[in-house]
Design a binder for this molecule. Structure first.
Ligand code: APR
Length: 334
């Protein structure tokens, strides 16, 4: 049983995510923090007849610290969502500052907590949290995760659609590696289980890859200015948080996709680095997780020539995204 905390709990992702965590039987205490509305959200959830105690706090009177006290799992969907007309840079500037401040509170209040970052751009916000934890001397790469589960969820759904059978969606597995935006998202369709039909046309494969990489845009467009994915993200976020919570509880064999610092692997992620062919600090891959955090970053498996090309195309952007997050903290006066 763990204490889980959601930072940004009153938002489009935060509320459904908090609901799903409230009905997770392995959560004994649920702490909700936001700059608005958390007492209401917490009061509402507290009427649900599950074992976890629920409390909501706002910034005054050290609400953030009180919420984080004793937390073992902290999920961060705080920030602003991407809206039409907003550049990635606009989004970065706002969310980077929000994530930085929340990370400082984590570093000083619950430095051993598992931190699960949803706030975008994840490729950069995860390095921001890491740099803050490093500044406070409490960084453990085994316990910091960028939540990339939605990419995997979308891949399963879209592959099942391609196979013409929605009922397959929960069973389809496709490793999705790399990063968590656009071309940095690398769906390894050649490893799909069940596989795509023999002779699946290259243009159809390209379309499917693009749809997985830019699936978020479909939602932004359909919401017509009202924000980005919230319900599917909350589902994916809870699915990942549940794996973390079960790993903390000692369940063996937990493997989850995640964007992690490669130093989290006891061999320094050497196998993966070799496959990437470049010195990168962060990468999303399938990761084995135990009670103390990351135990192993799994190798990518055999890539097709096409996928090697995708990987090569993704690396410069991923590298820039990582550097942006690191520089945001290293050049800031804190
Ligand atoms: N501390 C805590 N919560 C904050 C802070 C802060 N400093 N600043 C903003 N928030 C809260 C907002 O009050 C809001 O309730 O974060 C919540 C964000 O909710 P939405 O605006 O509805 O955004 P959402 O769609 O949930 O997306 C949040 O997740 O996937 C990413 O790109 C997305 O970065 C965005 C984030």
């Amino acid at each position: 049983m763990v204490k889980a905390v959601v930072l940004g709990a009153a938002g489009g992702i935060g509320q459904p995510l908090s609901l799903l965590l409230k009905i997770n039987p392995l959560v004994s205490e649920l702490g909700l923090f936001d700059i608005v509305n958390t007492p209401g959200v917490a009061a509402d959830l507290s009427h649900i007849s599950t074992p976890s105690k629920t409390a909501g706090a706002l910034p005054p009177n050290d609400g953030l610290k009180a919420t984080l006290k004793g937390a073992q799992v902290v999920v961060i969907p705080a920030g602003v969502p991407r809206k039409p007309g907003m550049t990635r840079d606009d989004l970065f500037k706002i969310n980077a500052g929000i994530v930085r401040d929340l990370a400082i509170a984590i570093a000083t209040t619950c430095p051993k907590a598992f931190v699960l970052v949803i706030s975008n751009p994840v490729n950069s916000t995860v390095p921001i949290v890491a740099e803050i934890l490093k500044k406070h001397g409490v960084f453990d790469p085994k316990r910091l995760f960028g939540v990339t589960t939605l990419d995997v969820v979308r891949a399963s759904t879209f592959v099942a659609e391609t196979l013409g059978d929605q009922k397959l969606a929960p069973k389809v597995t496709v490793p999705v590696v790399g990063g968590h935006s656009g071309v940095t998202i690398l769906p390894l369709l050649s490893q799909s289980q069940p596989p795509l039909p023999a002779g699946f046309a290259d243009d159809k494969r390209d379309e499917l890859v693009k749809r997985i990489q830019f699936g978020g845009d479909e939602v932004v467009k359909a919401k017509d200015g009202a924000g980005s994915a919230t319900l599917s993200m909350a589902y994916a976020g809870e699915r990942f948080a549940d794996l973390i919570i079960r790993a903390i509880g000692g369940e063996k064999g937990i493997v989850a996709p995640s964007y992690v610092n490669l130093a989290a692997d006891k061999d320094g992620g050497e196998g993966l680095k070799k496959a990437i062919g470049k010195e990168l600090e962060y990468f999303s891959a399938r990761v084995e997780i135990g009670p103390e955090g990351v135990e192993k970053i799994l190798p990518l498996g055999n890539l097709s020539t096409y996928e090697e090309g995708l990987l090569k195309a993704a690396l410069p952007e991923l590298e820039t995204n990582i550097a942006k997050g690191v520089e945001f903290i290293q050049t800031a006066k804190l």
